[in-house]
Design a protein around this ligand. Structure first.
Ligand SMILES: [Zn+2]
Length: 121
């Protein structure tokens, strides 16, 4: 029979085969850790998204402009994170951080746009 260990403390678990923790204390400690880990991850990603939006907003005060990739990267833009995308009928893929977005152009240039109307890109 396989030896089962507590997910929290690593001690061997005795008794029912579906048990994952040796007691409630270990279960609670483990769940709290998982929860705060999730919170941290969400906060981290939210912070990146907000920073991205701030950068797009700062570079695009008029609502439509062009910017080079280097400029975005210098400001600390993180291209990994965005809130949503929109693909036009012409197959142009806009990437958004909230209401600000961009469209990749040739030679690392980006068309920055703003969509202030919800659900209507
Ligand atoms: Zn335990």
């Amino acid at each position: 029979m396989e030896k089962r260990v507590c997910l929290e403390c690593g001690e061997e678990i005795l008794g029912r085969s579906d048990k994952k923790f040796c007691d409630d204390q270990c279960r609670n400690a483990y769940n709290n850790k998982m929860r705060s880990g999730d919170d941290h991850l969400i906060k981290h990603i939210n912070a990146i998204l907000k920073k991205n939006r701030k950068i797009l907003a700062a570079l695009n005060p008029g609502g439509k402009t062009k910017a080079h990739k280097d400029k975005l990267l210098t400001k600390g833009y993180d291209f990994k994170y965005h809130t949503h995308t929109y693909v036009t009928k012409e197959n142009a893929r806009y990437v958004f951080c909230y209401d600000y977005g961009y469209l990749a152009l040739d030679n690392d240039w980006y068309l920055l746009i703003r969509n202030d109307k919800e659900n209507n890109v």
